[in-house]
Ligand binder design. Structure first.
Ligand code: DCP
Length: 226
């Protein structure tokens, strides 16, 4: 690893700042990947937004959404859109900014799922979409690389059960399959606009093998596209 001093971030001459978003299904291992990269001195990693969604002035929007998605989907996704925007526009101090998810996956995977499954009426979908389009046009939402942790929905379900987040107890496999397909539609099949190139990592590995996978892609992830 290179020593870091002042504004010189490496010996390769690549000192430009860049932003990396980590995407993947629920339980795909995004948090673990971000924890690994947070140990590098020139990366800043934003905290898990899900903790904000579980506590809006003491109210748990994530719980509301899982209990009754038709009633609370718009409320929850409006708040997700706000918190993602806040993270995207937060001033970047270090050379590499890494964040969990993005305003894009919220829209193209989760809002899309609510709409397509009939849980979000067209009027709500349209209002959220108009906000989304306006934010993209007027705000600085720059992403240089998307790291996609690709997993099988069965693996996600096992991990979700192991970690035991109370709100997620009732998640069925079909829900993860639908979300998996939406991630694939966006990140692989390019059915929705892609804000940056995509690096696909195999998220199926467990602990030590996974760390080896991170290590082998570290130059690519931390440097961004040449
Ligand atoms: N969620 C949602 N709508 C969004 C984003 C997330 O309904 N726009 C939900 C799905 C999960 C919870 O929020 O129940 C957190 O999901 P993430 O995939 O963002 O975070 P994880 O902690 O599950 O990721 P990982 O297990 O990969 O670390």
């Amino acid at each position: 690893m290179n020593a870091i001093s002042g504004h010189h971030f490496g010996t390769d001459g690549k000192t430009e700042k860049h932003t990396v978003c980590v995407e993947g299904n629920i339980g795909s291992g995004k948090t673990t990947l971000l924890e690994y990269f947070s140990t590098y001195p020139y990366t800043e990693v934003t905290k898990e937004p899900v903790e904000k969604w579980r506590n809006i002035k003491g109210m748990n929007a994530l719980e509301y959404m899982y209990k009754d998605a038709s009633r609370w989907g718009l409320t929850f996704q409006t708040y997700v859109q706000l918190t993602m925007l806040q993270i995207h526009t937060q001033p970047q101090v270090k050379r590499v900014k890494m964040m969990e998810r993005s305003i894009y996956s919220a829209k193209y995977c989760f809002v899309e799922n609510l709409y397509q499954s009939g849980k979000m009426p067209e009027i709500e979908y349209t209002v959220l979409t108009e906000w989304f389009d306006f934010l993209l046009k007027t705000q600085d939402i720059k992403v240089d690389l998307i790291v996609y942790l690709k997993t099988k929905p069965e693996t996600d379900l096992r991990r979700i059960k192991e970690r035991c987040r109370p709100e997620e107890k009732q998640i069925p496999l079909e829900y993860l399959e639908t979300l998996h397909n939406l991630h694939e539609d966006w990140l692989i099949k390019k059915k929705f606009p892609l804000p940056a190139p995509v690096l696909v990592l195999n998220g199926e590995y467990e602990k030590e093998e996974m760390i080896k996978e991170y290590e082998s892609y570290t130059p690519h992830i931390l440097r961004g596209p040449a």
